[in-house]
Write a protein that binds this ligand. Structure first.
Ligand code: ASP
Length: 436
């Protein structure tokens, strides 16, 4: 028998109806032995996620406002699910404990984590699986960083004692004081990946409400083709640019252990979804996906004989460090370097930044292009193929899109272009049509 770790996201575990589908999926394959769950998500447009409501309790608490009503909405939802599923886990006693902690002024991390905790308790009972708390197993250091090795060992030795278990996603504990600590939002994906590595799973299934990744954002490209297979590396390039089905940090643990990740749709379990693996075997696909985001600034710095000057780029980076800005790209020419940074990271300090460049770099000229979008065209099939860049640039020229910046990753797996924000959607569609 193999081992599959199946993580179910908020919409897959939002209510009794969804949980019935989830149970059918789990029971359809006896390999699905370790189940990681999110807190109940939205049941319909405009509904609330339990995690959001729990954070709201904390906000009320911090402002000395009554939080009972908000907490009541949370407890009502769990009680309805308990009734619906016909299980009895004595939710009331759990609610009392949580209320007690709220009265004592618990942390935001603690209260937020209770959505996953309560859901896992309920789902374990519904499935007849053991409940294994993530507290004490998933461990963080005092700076909030995941302790990889300790976590892996603790999960491995605990889960070895359970043939089948449900584990709450999203949180663990501070190793020093035992207090609850969460990952960033959407972090149950990371829990699933950690569990998959710890139990040596053959597959990490991530069940959500879409049938995997699409080649391009469906809000921009209608009926975009699905991606059936993608490598970890390609996905990294795409998620970095804003394709968000899976938490960025969820790839690493599975990747370390070479465990494929399969994104699946709870509402359409018959769809194969997207498989994420180490390497794309010989593929006929040139471009795997296209992703991008808006609102970047390009600062082009020109200086005659720059290439002979030692430490020029180091000084640029030192200035960025002073401003606490991380750059996205740094394309360079003989006498020019362009610094590409997000508008968000500039945070209204463009004039100050330019002033610092002026004073410390003494450039001949600088040019600033604001409101730039970056578009990454990603595919490991690209390096083996000639003419990819030509097709891409021709497609953009035909669509009358002016390219403000080009950067090809050294992996030859992606080509990044900078275009004006107003051309963003048009450019994505042009690239998609050229390669889909
Ligand atoms: N419930 C958490 C959130 O809404 C974590 C997760 O679902 O992955 O962010």
């Amino acid at each position: 028998m193999g081992i599959k770790v199946a993580k179910f996201g908020g919409s897959s575990v939002a209510d009794g109806i969804q949980l019935t589908k989830t149970k059918q999926i789990i029971e359809a394959d006896p390999d699905r032995r370790y189940i990681v769950v999110s807190a109940p998500g939205k049941r319909f447009d405009g509904d609330n996620k339990i995690t959001d409501l729990l954070y709201l309790c904390k906000t009320h608490m911090d402002h000395n406002l009554p939080y009972d009503q908000v907490f009541q909405v949370v407890t009502d939802r769990f009680m309805a699910v308990e009734l619906n599923l016909g299980v009895d886990v004595n939710l009331q006693s759990h609610f009392e404990q949580i209320k007690e902690q709220l009265r004592k002024g618990c942390s935001a991390d603690y209260i937020a984590s209770r959505g996953e905790y309560l859901n896992a308790v309920l789902i374990a009972a519904f499935l007849g699986y053991d409940f294994v708390d993530a507290a004490g197993l998933i461990q963080f250091d005092s700076k909030g960083r995941l302790m990889q090795k300790e976590t892996d060992e603790a999960l491995r030795s605990e889960l070895a004692k359970h043939e089948r278990a449900v584990i709450p996603g999203f949180y663990g504990t501070d190793a020093a004081d035992g207090s609850i600590k969460t990952f960033s939002r959407g972090g149950s994906d990371i829990t699933g990946s950690l569990v998959a590595r710890a139990v040596g799973a053959d597959m990490y299934e991530n069940w959500t409400d879409v049938s995997g990744f699409l080649m391009a954002d469906p809000r921009i490209v209608k009926n975009s083709k699905p991606i059936h297979k993608i490598s970890y590396k390609e996905l990294r390039e795409l998620s970095y640019m804003g394709a968000s089905v899976l938490h960025d940090e969820a790839i690493y643990p599975a990747r370390m252990a070479n465990i494929p990740i399969n994104i699946r749709n709870t509402n359409h379990p018959e769809d194969p979804g997207t498989i994420i693996t180490a390497e794309q075997e010989e593929t006929t696909t040139v471009v795997t996906g296209i992703a991008g985001s808006k609102d970047f600034t390009v600062i082009a710095i020109y200086k005659n004989m720059m290439s002979y000057e030692r430490g020029f780029v180091r000084r640029i980076l030192a200035i960025l460090e002073d401003f606490d800005i991380s750059f996205e790209h740094l394309p360079s020419g003989i006498d020019t370097v362009s610094v590409v940074v997000s508008n968000k990271s500039i945070d209204g300090r463009l004039d100050e930044l330019l002033d610092a460049f002026e004073k410390q770099l003494n450039p001949d000229t600088m040019e600033v292009f604001e409101d730039i979008s970056l578009i990454a065209t990603v595919g490991c099939g690209m390096s083996r193929r000639s003419g990819v860049a030509a097709s891409l640039f021709t497609a953009l020229a035909d669509a009358d899109v002016n390219i403000r910046m080009i950067d090809q990753g050294s992996s030859e797996m992606n080509i990044i272009v900078g275009v004006e924000n107003k051309d963003f959607e048009k450019a994505v569609r042009a690239i998609y049509n050229a390669f889909a």
